[in-house]
Design a protein around this ligand. Structure first.
Ligand code: GAR
Length: 214
């Protein structure tokens, strides 16, 4: 059965577009049932038709919990099988995460557990890493700390800036996210007690996907 995916996004939504393109190409048996944003001006929202858009500015809410509760109700109303954070730049509170426990995925621009949080590209450059990349993981209340499902590395090149490195990582993010979304949509992905599994086999190390440069 076609999987129902809700997407949370705060920015341009190129990862959302990768999912939409894969669906349109028949490579992902899924339907985007809503795009949810904390940024009403986010271009990600424009990538789907108006009835699928939900956005609120968090400043209109008295607390993080109040915003998250509204967001969670809106997401639940779309009855998703999976919730995918694709460039969602607001920390999800525990109540949200527990409500959709085991069904929330996030794409993060680093080879986790390296560089949780922000400014991952600058931090990888500063550390002199030869390799950087992206990860898709299950979301748990602790930031960027849930079980990692798959990772895609990219080389750090001489002369890279945070921007050039981010652009190279973003290219592989699109393919990595489609890969993991397909595992989810096909019913092959699960999480149990903090361990991710594919086809019922626990992943003791994340899948590593080597994509040739585009
Ligand atoms: C992506 O690089 C994604 O990994 C990152 O934001 C960008 C969104 O791009 N997410 C995070 O940093 C989450 N902490 P997009 O809007 O074009 O998909």
């Amino acid at each position: 059965m076609t999987a129902r995916i809700a997407v949370l996004a705060s920015g341009g939504g190129s990862n959302l577009q990768a999912l939409l393109d894969a669906i349109a190409a028949g490579q992902l048996d899924a339907r985007i049932v809503g795009v949810f944003s904390d940024k009403p001006a986010a271009f990600a929202l424009q990538r789907v038709s108006e009835p699928l858009r939900w956005s609120r500015t968090s400043k209109a809410y008295p607390s993080r919990a109040a915003f998250d509760a509204d967001l969670a109700d809106a997401v639940a109303a779309a009855t998703p099988d999976w919730v995918v954070c694709a460039g969602y730049m607001r920390i999800l509170g525990e109540a949200f995460v527990l409500r959709f426990r085991g069904r929330v995925l996030n794409i993060h621009p680093s080879l986790l557990p390296k560089y949780r949080g922000l400014d991952t590209h600058a931090r990888a450059l500063e550390a002199g890493d030869a390799e950087h990349g992206a990860s898709v993981h299950f979301v748990i209340p602790e930031l960027d700390a849930g079980a990692v499902i798959a990772q895609a590395p990219v080389p750090v090149l001489a002369g890279d800036t945070a921007e050039s490195l981010a652009a190279r990582v973003l290219q592989v993010e699109h393919r990595l996210l489609v890969h993991v979304a397909r595992l989810a949509a096909d019913g092959r992905l699960a999480e149990h007690e903090g361990v991710a599994s594919v086809d019922g086999h626990p992943l003791f190390t994340p899948q590593r996907l080597e994509f040739a440069p585009a």
